[in-house]
Design a binder for this molecule. Structure first.
Ligand SMILES: [Zn+2]
Length: 404
């Protein structure tokens, strides 16, 4: 599992710090190797709107230098030397230019240099040893994209929003292109208004009304199928539908099955009301959905609802991970604890034994947050980070099992 050293130069993402891009392209699997315990993981709050980051010597640069040097003081001389070198490389990088986003994540080691620009803030944080992917996993969890379909009688829009912990981070707008019956990004087509009602021309009132209704229902049906296609293509896993109740519920019923499964709620929006006015209400539905999902995971753990049951607590969870039984690993975002790992055979224990019981090699001390993602990856398990404290009474961690 050792790193092959192929990544010698910086592998920078585009400065355009979009979450969807990050989540698609953040290929971090090679960082999950337990074969190397010499990685410096640095998370920096680079938010350019903060005054301390606007000084000639921004606060994050001072913090980075100081914290990496502090980290080195507790280590042996060869590791101290290595960290000194890494500290210099980091400092040189931070002098080059100001990172584009609000947060910067760096992974550095011999033959390894990765950086991720985040459009959301992260807390300053430094770790050495096994790579620390915890904050990235949290970003992935907390900023899950939601598709929001707003539909009226004669027009529809789709937004993809990334919900932050308390705020909307970014959204991207898609307009219905009626010539193709597809949602497209960019400007709305100028003929969107031309979706108008059939002309009345003296038609008998009831007939006219029913023709209008037919027309509107046809429109909603096409909106529903276009929205289904769009969320599929955009990789959006959750959908909220808003509009006047009649429109919203009709479109929900007309959604293709795959899109209906993604539906997490509807929002009642008066006719003509547009996105800025309804955003807060939509976000509340999304937040409620996140809370519900987290509580569902906790309940499934407590009720033993994995195919092979479930375990709770650090000891039992580590045991299941080492046996490769884990289907879903769940942990509080603020879980805390230490583990000791063998870099040779990947044995792990919660007791600071001096030697590996399996192969006799020395063990490396690490925090839970460094160990859990790597072990979960070996289990091919899904990792779910929960809101702080949800599993605290169970030691902050648990797992749904594939088999007993
Ligand atoms: Zn071992």
């Amino acid at each position: 599992m050792a790193q092959s050293g192929v990544m010698t130069v910086s592998n920078r993402l585009e400065r355009r710090a979009r979450i969807s891009d990050l989540l698609r392209s953040a290929d971090v699997e090679d960082l999950l190797s337990l074969g190397r315990a010499d990685v410096l993981s640095l998370h920096l709050d680079t938010d350019p709107t903060k005054p301390e980051n606007q000084r000639p010597e921004p606060a994050y640069r001072i913090w980075a230098r100081k914290s990496v040097l502090e980290l080195a003081t507790g280590l042996g001389s060869s590791e101290r030397k290595r960290l000194d070198e890494l500290a210099e490389r980091v400092d040189a990088r931070l002098r080059e230019d100001r990172p584009g986003g609000r947060g910067l994540v760096l992974y550095a080691a011999d033959g390894l240099w990765r950086e991720y620009v985040l459009p959301v803030g992260v807390e300053n944080r430094v770790r050495y040893g096994f790579a620390d992917l915890w904050p990235l996993l949290w970003v992935r969890e907390a900023y899950t994209p939601y598709g929001v379909l707003l539909v009226h009688r004669d027009h529809a829009r789709l937004w993809v929003t990334h919900l932050g912990e308390a705020e909307l981070v970014e959204d991207e707008e898609f307009h219905l292109d009626p010539s193709q019956w597809r949602f497209a990004s960019g400007k709305p087509p100028s003929f969107a208004k031309g979706m108008g009602m059939p002309a009345s021309r003296g038609a008998q009132r009831d007939t006219f009304a029913s023709r209008v209704e037919d027309h509107v229902r046809r429109f909603w049906s096409r909106v529903a199928s276009a929205a289904g296609k769009a969320v599929e293509e955009l990789g959006v896993g959750r959908l909220i539908v808003g509009g006047p109740p009649e429109a919203a519920s009709a479109v929900c019923d007309l959604l293709p099955e795959s899109a209906r499964r993604k539906l997490v709620g509807t929002v009642s929006v008066p006719p003509q009301e547009e996105w800025p006015a309804v955003r807060e209400r939509v976000l509340e539905v999304a937040r409620e959905d996140q809370r519900r999902r987290h509580h569902e995971v906790r309940d499934r753990l407590r009720n033993g609802e994995g195919p092979g049951g479930a375990v709770l607590g650090p000891e039992a969870t580590l045991d299941a991970l080492l046996r490769r039984q884990v289907l879903v690993l769940a942990a509080d975002r603020d879980v805390d604890g230490r583990a000791w790992l063998c870099t040779g055979c990947e044995f792990a224990t919660l007791r600071p034994d001096e030697r590996c019981l399996t192969c006799g090699a020395g063990l490396v001390e690490a925090s839970w947050t460094q160990v859990l993602p790597a072990l979960a990856w070996r289990n091919d398990a899904q990792v779910v980070l929960l809101e702080p404290g949800l599993l605290r009474e169970h030691g902050g961690v648990g797992a749904l099992l594939r088999y007993r």
